[in-house]
Every structure is written in structure tokens, then in C-alpha cells.
Ligand binder design. Sequence first.
Ligand code: ADP
Ligand code: MG
Length: 708
Amino acid sequence: GKTTAAQQEAAEEALHNGLTGRSFSQKYKDILAKRRELPVNKQRQNFLDLIHNNQFVVLVGETGSGKTTQIPQYVVLDMLPQIEGKIIACTQPRRVAAMSVAQRVAEELDVKLGQEVGYSIRFEECTSSKTVLKYCTDGMLLREAMSDNMLSRYSAIILDEAHERTLNTDILMSLMKNIASKRRDIKVVVMSATLDSEKFQKYFNDAPLLTVPGRTFPVEIYYTPEPERDYLESAIKTALQIHATEPEGDILIFLTGEEEIEEACRLLRARGDDIIRSANCGPLLIVPLYSTLPPNMQQKIFEKAPEPRTKGGAPGRKIVVSTNVAETSLTIDGIVYVIDPGFSKQKVYNPRVRVESLLVSPISRAAAQQRAGRAGRTRPGKCFRLYTEKSYNNDLIEQTYPEILRSNLGSIVLQLKKLGINDLVHLDLMDPCAPEVLMRALELLHYLGALDDDANLTPIGHAISEFPIDPQLAKMIISAVEYGCTNEVLSIAAMLSVPNVFLRPREAQRAADMAKAEFAHMDGDHMTLLNVYHSYKSSSEPSQWCWDNFLQYRSLKSADNIREQLRRVAVKNNIPLLSNNFSSPEYYPKIRKALTAGYFMQVAHLERNGQYLTVKDNQIVLLHPSSVLERKPEWVIYNEFVLTKRHYIRTATEIKPEWLLEIAAHYYELSNFPPCEGKRILEKIALRNAIVQDEQERKKRKKEKKDK
Ligand code: ADP
Ligand code: MG
């Protein structure tokens, strides 16, 4: 290694591509010219000097300055992974960013995506033996560290978007500190758009800082005079008003998730057509962006705004409706107007009731500033905040709390155990996790049988950690062996791992409900999902079949793919693939028992007053309106607790109370339970069980006496 910027530039202008040996295409040369203008390129020599002389480098630069796409390439040119054998990874908190950036960098390097440049996200590996640069989610790299504790395949790790402080990035940072102290050859670059750089420098043993000055243009901020009741409606109105009255320039709207974004796009298309006709505006290109969008659709955000319909007519405009991913992870050139309703989906964890949810919550002032910044990339822009200035100053917090303080740590604790890190309390984290949250995680893993009394990983714990899914879900699969139904439970687990499969378009709700009723299973939502999966697999034209049945084809295809991956993990871990005879009366009860073995901590009981109460936590909950369980069975397990104004349980299935005592006796130690009807019923069953057992033992003893 130890190249200079001049040597690197010469390599980029050479006749042949150093990675493939092929000559460079014209497209490569065109992109190269643009890459040379990026602010990070002017800092290339400084960056190389720092990385040559330090193990850690902290790099801060405006969004769009070229950090994510260029820096990893500089490292590749410097370390020559294609010759040295050790490769480079760059982590991203978001799947879409990992995929989209990998695609772009593959183009920039004139290689095919998945060959020399690839990506790796949960349930999707797009790399090959030739891969020298890999973009991956932080979670995937953490998972890799479980089987390769020193990350020995890598010569450099670039942790991008560190300011997001996701749980996985925080743990990775701690891990990298540890690895770097043992591997003097590894380099670590920590990058971000906004960063409390001193805190990061200090954490990484006083690492040097490289600041990339960016070009930004002023952005005018507008607030609403009054709080908005319906931010979705207000965002659409604002966008159309911009289109009708403002000069050329694309619009970026921040919304919180897939459903909201699709709804907004639909409304924009419908109403956009009206104003285009009546107000004589230019044509609109409306594109959504969220994590579950297929890759070819994701690339649409980079398309140019449409041409005017007649020469010299009103200019066309692109409207991108996106989640937070467009805040700092992806740069879309040409944005001049930003609409910021002030919300995003954030992880919220309440350790007392052990509930983690994604909740639509107000963003921080730091995030609001980033969003506004997206309008000033290419020329002066405007940002429309759909909240009052007073609210910005008084209600928004300065910075979002790191995720580690508001997450369920179950899965992470298990992964760390596997890494041989036992002393979690003293793990060198940038912000230590809350003791109560940690305790809850250990408790959960103990109840699942993943940790023994001394908090050591058990064989079950090992198996659970092999699955890239929540510990409860993995436990359910492993337990299904005992009930002879791993095949069915794998299908259910896969269906639980994808976005909602049931479509319910506003204009066809009745028809959609009728279609869903065809799949409804008496026992509940899990079995209904199983029915859907089985029917999907036996349909001859899956995409048409999904359309006819109001099902999301994309989700089902993805479930099928996930099932295959889970199946492979199962096989690798000697978990036999079993099914019971379909005509046996035990076919469904056995599946429900396996579900119970994973989710015995998520049970609700219907009290006599007609309300469900969660067992042990005594929270009042409602069955989610989407549930097929209209008859309200007395005992249900549920997959998800939805925190909104009311508390809902979603995806529920009927169970029998005696199963709880049979399957999870250690958890159903009833003396610890607060009083409620459910507890009294379980106590009665426990008493009856004790009497029956007593009697059996007496009979046995009698028989033994007689036999003598
Ligand atoms: P940073 O990580 O500093 O925010 P990036 O490296 O992601 O910046 O992007 C640098 C520049 O590369 C962007 O300003 C944009 O011009 C260009 N770019 C990135 N991705 C794409 C893409 N998919 N299509 C076209 N241009 C892109
Ligand atoms: Mg970036």
C-alpha cells in the first residue's frame, strides 16, 4: 500500500481497469470526470496521509460530498485487496442505502454489481469470490464477527453514518476498538455527515479528524403558522402548491413508512393530474423510496425530471417521497424543495412491559437541519416545515438518543455471548446501555433456555444465535422439532419476517376482506398466514394469483426466499425438517404448541369484562382489527404489541392455558404473577395437574408393592 493521490488518479486514468484487466468503458470515463469534482477528492492526499499513519480516522463531510461512494474506493486503491487477499467493508445502517450505493460504486468502478463490488444485507447476499469491496448493513457485519471474531477477512472497515448511533453500529464501534488493539494491520474509518466529532475522536483513542468542506447553498425555512392536524394531507397540498407556483426544481417529501408513502404517491398522482390540466403545469414524476422497495424501483429516484410537454412549456418536476433514508444516507441531486412534516419511525423500548415498537415520533432538531440541507445541494432552496417555529424550538429535542438506550437487547446480547463477550456491563461502549434493559435481555434469553443459570450460552442458545431473526422466532423453529412440524413453522416464521401480505386498497376494501376471508383459519392469524403461503406455493401463476387475491406479491416472493434461507440454517444445525400428517387432528395443535414454545411470554387472556389483559404484565390490549379471530378466544399468543393511542396485539392465535404450564413451566412460576383472572385459571390448572400427578404416583407405588 501507501499510495499517493497522484498515483491513485493515474490508476483511475489508466488504459485498463486494475480490478478486471478490461479496458475502461466510456461511461466510466464520464462518471470519473464527475467524481473528480466531489469535495472529498480534494482531500484525497490528506485522507491517505492520515490512514497511513493511524489506525483510526474520523471523517466528517456534508451529505453529497462523496464520503460513501469515494472513500472506500480510495482505500481499495491503497490496500489493493485484489492482490493482498483481505477485503474492504463499508457499513450502512439501512438496507436501501447499502444496495443503492453498491450499485452506484459498481458503475463507478466499471464492474458488475455482485462481482468485484457487492452488498450484503439480511436475507440477501450479493457478493462473489471476486468481491474486494462490500457494502453491508451494520447488522450483517456484526453477524459475520460471530463466526470470525477478528474479522480476519478484512483489511479495513469503514463505519458509515456513525451519527445515527444505531444499536449495531455502536456495538461494532466497540468491537472494532477491541479488534484493532489485537490486529495492528486493520484500519478503521468512521464517517458521518454530522458528528459530535470530539466525542468520536476521544472514543477512538484520540483519532485524527478530517473535515471535508462541502458546498452548500442557503435554504430558506418556512414554518406553518398553526400546528397541522393531518401532516400527510398537508404535505401533499404543499407539494402541489410548489409545483403550481415555484420555479423549476425537484421536491423531496419525508414521510415515515411504506404505507404512508404509497398512499401519498397515489394521492399525488391523482390530484397532480388535475392541477396539471387546470393550472397548466408541467408533468410530474412521482417516486417512492423505502426499504422494502425492490432494487429496480429504488433506482428510479435518480431519474431526471420529465421534459415539458411542449417545447418551452412549463417544466416537469420530480417528487421523491421517502423515509429517513434520504436524510443523510442517499443523495438525490436536483432537489430544491424539501417538505418536512417532522416525523420519523423510531424504535421505542419499554423494558418494564418488554415491548419494543417502531413508533412514529417527532424528529430531533439535528435531523430537521439535515432534512433542510437536502434542498441546498445544487442551488439555493426552500424547506417547508409542517410545524410551527415554536414547536421547533420548544418541542423537538436537540439530538435523538442512541438506539442502544431504547432497544430490546435480547438478540445483541446473544450475539455478543457468541463472540465470547460475557461481561456486558463493562463492554467499552460510547454510551453504556441501561442496566434494566440489559437485565431484561438476560432474563428473556434465560427464559428461552438460551442461557443457563450462570448466563452461559446453552446448546439451544447456540442454535438460536445461528438464525438471523428474533430469538423468540428462532426458538419457535427449534422447538418445532419436538412437535414434528418444523416445515410448517419455518413457513410461518418466514411469513412473519416480511411486510404485511394482505392488501386493502381504499376503493376495494370489501372485496379485499372477502378475499382474505378465504384464507382465514379458525385458530388464528398464524395459521391464516400458513394457508396463504401454502396456496401461494401451489398457484401456477403466482403474480396473477396474488393480484386476484389482494395479496402483496413482493412480500410473498420475499417470504419464500427467506424461508429457503431459514431452512438452510436449520439443516446446517441438524434441525430435521418434519411435517405431521395433514389429516391428523393434532396437525394444527402441534404447530400452535411450537408457536407457544417461542412466544410464551406474549400471551393475553380475555377477562370476564371482555378485555384482553397481557399475562404477567397486566396491560389492557385490543385484538388488532386485522385479526381473523373475531370470536375472541379466551387465551391467545401474539406476535407483536402495537403501541398507539390504544394498545393492540397483532397476529394472534388461540392457545390452551395448560400448554403454558407444560411448555414454559419456568416462566409460569405463578407465585411471581400479579393477580388477575388469567392467573387464577392457571393456578387451578396447576393444582389439578399436581393432583393428577400425585394420584399417578400413588398408583405406581401401589402397583410396585403388589408386584413385589
Ligand atoms: P456522501 O456519502 O458524502 O453523502 P455520496 O458518496 O453518497 O456522498 O454521493 C456523492 C455524489 O455521488 C452525490 O452527490 C451524487 O452526485 C453522486 N451519486 C451518488 N449515488 C448516485 C447514483 N445512484 N446515481 C447518480 N449519482 C449518484
Ligand atoms: Mg453517505
